[in-house]
Design a protein around this ligand. Structure first.
Ligand code: 5GP
Length: 214
């Protein structure tokens, strides 16, 4: 029997800051070996637990500017006063190899990816309530009160973009939210249009044209 065909696509994961996108993406990566995580470049200073090259590529503003002008970024945006962008070369190489890529990016970047990669799948993560979001951001404790206020205000404007996304996942418990995301990715891989892209149904089931005719 032919092996099932694995098709690849970018998976945009957005939602208000603090909703838990990164945790969900890492949970999903553990369940699925045909997925990888896109490491963004950012001008934001690293938090104490963050590692350069693993969580982000931490770059100076002039380096980010250079990446932009040299068109090295698949998308970029100014988020909470810092620049963030997705390295394009690595993304395209992985997709070519059949690996789907999780992009934990803000709504402005999400829309840019949907435009340039129409095959992408988009998931909007929401908190069970706004109050829960506020509590989570406070617990993270990595922000000043002003920065926290800014993130909460931005969260409400980010919510407006929900209608541009294919799927909505409520992050009530991590395990359940990850399971829902896995269900989305699995179903998307089984779409007829993706499976039959570039091949015939005969090739899909291991029959070439000649065998059919005789
Ligand atoms: P944080 O500073 O908390 O790590 O991320 C802040 C926001 O920037 C989050 O909403 C995150 O999804 C978003 N973000 C991270 N990387 C990128 C990127 O490469 N592009 C865009 N547009 N947003 C990003």
């Amino acid at each position: 029997m032919n092996k099932p065909r694995i098709v690849s696509f970018p998976i945009v994961v957005s939602g208000p800051s603090g909703v838990g996108k990164t945790t969900l993406c890492h949970g999903l990566l553990k369940m699925d070996t045909h997925l990888a995580f896109s490491i963004s470049a950012t001008t934001r200073p690293p938090r104490s637990n963050e590692i350069d090259g693993k969580d982000y590529f931490f770059v100076k503003p002039d380096e980010f500017e250079r990446m932009k002008t040299e068109q090295q970024l698949a998308e970029w945006a100014l988020v909470h006063g810092h620049y963030y962008g997705t390295p394009k070369k690595w993304l395209d190489e992985q997709l070519e190899r059949g690996i789907s890529i999780l992009l934990d990016i803000d709504v402005q970047g999400g829309v840019q990816i949907m435009e340039s990669y129409p095959e992408s799948v988009s998931i909007f993560v929401v908190p069970p309530t706004f109050k829960v979001l506020e509590e989570r951001l406070r617990k993270r404790g990595s922000e000043t009160e002003d920065a926290l206020r800014l993130r909460l205000e931005n969260a409400l404007s980010e919510m407006e973009f929900i209608t541009s996304y294919d799927y909505v996942v409520v992050n009530d418990t991590v395990d359940e939210a990850v399971a829902r995301m896995h269900g989305i990715v699995t179903a998307e891989r089984l779409k007829q249009k993706r499976i039959l892209e570039g091949i015939t149904w005969r090739q899909l089931i291991g029959l070439d044209e000649r065998e059919v005719k005789t």
